[in-house]
Design a protein around this ligand. Structure first.
Ligand SMILES: *[C@@H]1O[C@H](CO)[C@@H](O)[C@H](O)[C@H]1NC(C)=O
Ligand SMILES: *[C@@H]1O[C@H](CO)[C@@H](O)[C@H](O)[C@H]1NC(C)=O
Ligand SMILES: *[C@@H]1O[C@H](CO)[C@@H](O)[C@H](O)[C@H]1NC(C)=O
Ligand SMILES: *[C@@H]1O[C@H](CO)[C@@H](O)[C@H](O)[C@H]1NC(C)=O
Ligand SMILES: *[C@@H]1O[C@H](CO)[C@@H](O)[C@H](O)[C@H]1NC(C)=O
Ligand SMILES: *[C@@H]1O[C@H](CO)[C@@H](O)[C@H](O)[C@H]1NC(C)=O
Ligand SMILES: *[C@@H]1O[C@H](CO)[C@@H](O)[C@H](O)[C@H]1NC(C)=O
Length: 538
């Protein structure tokens, strides 16, 4: 009967035929491991740093009046039935005479309903302000606007909602905005398109990335750290291009927090309508008085930490249809006795692969990047956590930090392994530091091992390889076999999980038309071959 209907509808047949041909053209990881590919860097097209948007740019200026909401964003709770709406009201202040606003002075209220129906539901949340304080002569302190977070619950799956946020008692409500909930978790339900990118910053190139992201219509956005890049500025608003050679006029790293407000405004067209999950990276540490870190990150975004049994905004998990996401952070304790490790163990144990077959992890510094920048700087995190992720058969790992694109072959402990994750680095969002070009395997580019650990991660675990072609050395002398594809370009990635076994991954360069993929393949799970650890719940 199927055949008959195809014959009766030749146009349908030709469409199907086209789809089959197109799909057949995409490689799958089953054909891997792939021979390593390096796309040569074209230094005539790309030169110089990406240039930051100035504070006069219309995309970063404050356009609302008084206590009207701005910097609106939506993020997921741990399951489809709940999301967070976040926004800011009132002006931030920077200088030596700042007076924190009273967070209780403005209501945190969301009115919502299914698209096309009246907005008959209401929810209230909480509000806060945060301070970024520098107890050093000549540095300026910052206090934020009032940041609001409201959790909506009892939502229907795969449903378009409309909402307004703000304070109805002072007639300060936002325009009508929209978000779509995730599908329910099951092996047959997935969000269509998940965009993944890191190291956005706030440059003209970030602007290109943002417009391409919008054009590719994601259902979910995962930002793998490197958000506003406010830490590339002194408190007096002077920027610099090099993170490691920052002006050392004080013993603390300075930031210019108003850049976070700029970033919140710049991102709103995307993140007020597409649920967005953020990862805390190095640029989010932002140390300040009293040894506090990650204050802006933790205050501005809502995280499903409590919902996922975590006691920190640095690590948490959530479901997006049949995908379980795990977010990690090596800039706080991660070793086997840490809360983070214990939480991870618990979280992975509780994943039911019959409900969420796909397991995806994300954190900021990559383990399997082969670029010289940040080469093997998170080795101690890898040594502490890789076995656990491998045992639980994590399918894909997303990282940022390195300003380029790289996709690994399936790898575990530096060896090709059909059950290891595929590692994808997408620190290519457009930030103002240089794009990464040099590879650790290029002649004379191998860094001195003792210089490689990130001080914010700690320890030294980057021992020389003991086997394989790089035995006795810290770097390979050619593109390592675990690296499948690398290219120095800005862009973003899109993950489209099709079913329990197949996910189409595509990477889109900024210089191409947004739809065009520079790298595309099916990542294929083999649950029958790669059995999940006995430890996992049945
Ligand atoms: C571009 O690369 C070529 C070959 O590596 C080199 O000779 C040239 O100096 C480079 N140009 C610039 C502007 O860096
Ligand atoms: C950044 O954008 C500028 C145009 O605004 C372009 O000339 C440059 O090549 C871009 N840089 C990269 C690395 O894509
Ligand atoms: C900023 O805050 C710190 C910590 O409270 C304080 O020591 C310092 O004097 C403040 N600086 C200015 C310029 O107000
Ligand atoms: C900010 O401080 C730096 C270092 O002291 C100085 O070079 C720069 O001119 C200052 N910028 C402004 C706008 O005051
Ligand atoms: C990983 O590889 C290193 C170096 O070859 C080896 O010493 C170590 O035992 C391996 N770890 C595991 C868990 O297999
Ligand atoms: C590790 O390899 C580097 C070269 O990649 C070499 O200079 C160094 O001596 C080696 N260290 C040890 C302990 O073998
Ligand atoms: C899963 O999706 C892929 C790609 O669309 C397809 O080739 C495959 O047949 C599907 N598998 C199942 C079991 O439906």
């Amino acid at each position: 009967m199927g055949l008959l209907s195809f014959l009766l509808f030749p146009q349908f047949l030709s469409l199907l035929w086209r789809l089959v041909i197109v799909n057949a053209d995409f490689p799958t990881t089953l054909e891997g491991p792939f021979k390593p590919v390096t796309v040569p860097f074209d230094n005539k097209t790309y030169h110089g740093n990406a240039i930051d948007l100035p504070d006069t740019d219309p995309q970063v200026r404050r356009t609302v009046q008084g206590l009207e909401p701005e910097q609106v964003s939506v993020s997921l709770s741990s399951d489809y039935d709940s999301v967070w709406i976040s926004w800011t009201t009132g002006d931030s202040q920077i200088g030596d005479d700042i007076k924190p606003l009273d967070p209780e002075s403005v209501y945190s209220f969301v009115q919502y309903g299914m698209a096309g129906s009246p907005m008959s539901y209401e929810e209230v949340g909480y509000s806060l302000v945060y301070n970024q304080l520098y107890p050093f002569e000549g540095l300026e302190n910052y206090t934020s606007g009032i940041i609001h977070h409201v959790r909506l619950t009892g939502l229907e799956p795969s449903t378009l909602y409309q909402y307004r946020c703000g304070d109805p008692y002072i007639s300060a409500m936002s325009d009508v905005l929209y978000f779509r909930t995730m599908p329910p978790s099951s092996p047959t339900n997935y969000p269509h398109r998940i965009a993944v990118v890191g190291d956005l910053g706030l440059t003209r190139n970030t602007s290109t990335t943002l417009s391409h992201l919008l054009s590719n219509h994601p259902d979910l956005l995962v930002l793998v750290g490197g958000l506003s890049y406010a830490d590339m500025y002194l408190t007096n608003g002077t920027g610099h291009n090099c993170y490691s050679c920052s002006l050392d006029r004080t013993p603390i790293r300075e930031t210019y927090q108003p850049r976070w407000d700029y970033w919140g405004r710049f991102m709103q067209p995307l993140v007020a309508n597409v649920p967005t999950m953020v990862v805390g990276g190095k640029h989010e540490i932002e140390p300040q008085a009293g040894d506090q870190i990650f204050v802006s990150y933790s205050s501005r975004f809502a995280f499903p930490s409590e919902e996922s049994g975590s006691s920190s905004s640095a690590y948490y998990s959530f479901n997006a249809g049949g995908i379980h996401f795990v977010i990690l952070n090596p800039y706080i304790y991660y070793d086997k006795s840490s809360d983070q490790y214990e939480w991870l163990e618990r979280d992975l144990y509780n994943v039911d692969r019959k409900v969420t077959p796909w397991l995806v992890a994300a954190w900021y510094p990559p383990w399997y990047s082969t670029f010289k920048a940040q080469y093997r700087e998170a080795e101690c995190m890898r040594v502490a956590m890789e076995d656990l992720l491998y045992e639980y058969r994590v399918d894909i790992v997303f990282n940022g930090h390195v300003h380029a694109y790289e996709r690994s072959n399936r790898v575990y402990n530096y060896s090709l392994d059909p059950c290891g994750p595929v590692y994808i680095t997408v620190g290519d969002g457009g930030s103002r530091e240089d794009i990464a070009v040099a590879h650790a395997d290029d002649p004379d580019e191998c860094p001195e091992p003792s210089t490689t650990p990130d001080v914010d991660i700690g320890g030294f675990c980057g021992f020389n390889f003991t086997s394989g072609p790089a035995a006795g050395s810290f770097c390979w002398d050619r593109q390592p076999e675990y690296s499948a594809y690398r290219e120095s370009s800005f862009g973003h990635g899109i993950l489209e999980v099709k079913n329990e076994t197949h996910a189409l991954w595509s990477w889109h360069r900024n210089r191409d038309f947004y739809e065009i993929a520079g790298d595309i393949l099916y990542i294929v799970r083999e649950p029958g071959r790669c059995l999940v650890s006995q430890r996992q719940r049945d």
